[in-house]
Design a protein around this ligand. Structure first.
Ligand code: ADP
Ligand code: MG
Length: 403
């Protein structure tokens, strides 16, 4: 894969596909700008070398059948462009469209060393279309804005989308620093990790993570399972889960994964106690349940103190750790202790420690742990999981194609 640093960019227009899909609060303020910050090194490096930089990114899930409806409904990338401008310390004008008249005017008006942004690429229905021709048409318009393409949106690399997959194929292309860093770390996890290799999985839904579990049981020495997905595992072992989030239809697959792990000699650790509540709310009074079974009328929202200790012990001698998915509903302070305990235990590990997943990364930042507490905090949840599953990421494949 060619590196952006190896492209001759002086005086040329570079389309940078970034992942700037940051969370907003109810009033539209950015609550975690980690993804914008992670995109800065590549943009800065290109500007320092006098490129004209056009940043392309998606944002949220615009709804509507056509461009007009989506653009009217938003979300606009305006708050992201404003934050990017603040962080870069220079203006970042935002085109009024994605790859239309305004985008062409903005791109054409850039001087060397200047940067601008395109509007939310998902305003274009073709961006996510399954129809190759529709995506190709949009890719043609995007490619026409620039001389070169730099792929740096790691969090979108697992999507066969027009701006991720089709556009790079039309231009001389290279990978940005973020993508190169992500791939280097994930490659270490998949090829000969130092042992013990411990994987911590949490989050809401077990169905999101079954494929990666299947791939990791053969590679990891220990799997610590928590969060909402743990209840489906506990149910598969015959435990009661009360009103906890449970995916009953996944029990057969979960049982299979447990059998697979046993065969591979991987240790699977489930919660041995819980913090429960009578409803899913920040102000619900937390209660500790001292065993694996969850009483009727309550739901598990975090791992309990004994599990926190067990997991910390199982992490203490790790030489490689991959963590994806918060072990509890960390957004509610009363149910954040499990996430904090796991994050702290991992931060004490000497070895390669990787956090993957948008919510997990947000949790780390929300809990105020120093950024250097981990070797690497991945910006790509789905993308890093698919990489670890051993699947080809379309965005990476496009950057590698013929280069
Ligand atoms: P990531 O983005 O890191 O991959 P996920 O998207 O899989 O993580 O899951 C994150 C969500 O899982 C968080 O919003 C968190 O509140 C939720 N979660 C964790 N534990 C539980 C639980 N016990 N019950 C319900 N939701 C949970
Ligand atoms: Mg998530």
């Amino acid at each position: 894969m060619r590196r952006a640093e190896d492209l001759d960019v002086r005086g040329r227009t570079v389309l940078v596909r970034a992942d700037l899909n940051v969370p907003l609060d109810d009033r539209g303020a950015i609550t975690d700008d980690g993804r914008i910050r992670a995109s800065l090194p590549t943009i800065r490096e290109l500007l320092d070398r006098d490129a004209k930089v056009i940043v392309c990114a998606h944002f949220g899930r615009p709804k509507g059948d056509d461009y007009a409806a989506r653009a009217a409904g938003g979300p606009s990338l305006a708050p992201v462009a404003a934050r990017l401008a603040e962080l870069l310390g220079r203006p970042v004008p935002l085109a009024a469209d994605v790859a239309g008249e305004s985008a062409r005017a903005v791109a054409g008006g850039l001087a060397d060393g200047q940067v601008a942004m395109l509007e939310n690429v998902r305003f274009e229905p073709a961006e996510t279309s399954k129809d190759d021709e529709a995506r190709g048409e949009l890719a043609g318009r995007l490619a026409a804005l620039a001389d070169l393409y730099v792929g740096d949106g790691f969090g979108a690399m697992h999507r066969k989308h027009a701006s991720v997959y089709d556009t790079p194929l039309l231009l001389p292309r290279a990978a940005g620093q973020l993508v190169l860093a992500e791939v280097a770390v994930l490659r270490q996890l998949t090829t000969g990790p130092a042992r013990p290799y411990v994987v911590v999985l949490g989050g809401a839904k077990v169905s999101d993570k079954l494929a990666v579990i299947g791939n990791l049981v053969g590679k990891a020495d220990r799997l610590l399972i928590a969060g909402g997905m743990a209840y489906t595992f506990l149910a598969a072992q015959g435990h009661q889960t009360g009103d906890s989030i449970l995916q009953e239809d996944q029990i057969p697959q979960v049982s299979m994964a447990l059998a697979q792990a046993a065969k591979a000699g991987a240790e699977v650790l489930l919660p041995v106690d819980h913090v429960v509540a009578d409803r899913f709310a920040a102000d619900a009074p937390p209660e500790i349940v001292p065993g694996p079974d969850i009483p009727d009328g309550t739901m598990g929202l975090d791992i309990g103190p004994a599990t926190r200790e067990l997991f910390a012990r199982k992490l203490a001698d790790a030489k490689t750790v991959f963590w994806n998915g918060p072990p509890g509903v960390f957004e509610f302070p009363a149910f954040a202790a499990g996430t904090l305990a796991v994050a702290e235990a991992i931060s004490h590990v000497t070895g390669l420690t990787v956090v993957g997943g948008g919510d997990s990364a947000a949790a780390v930042r929300a809990l105020g742990l120093p950024a250097d507490a981990f070797t690497h905090i991945s910006t790509g949840g789905g993308a890093s999981l698919e990489y670890l599953e051993g699947r080809d990421l379309p965005g990476l494949a496009a950057l590698e194609a013929g280069a």
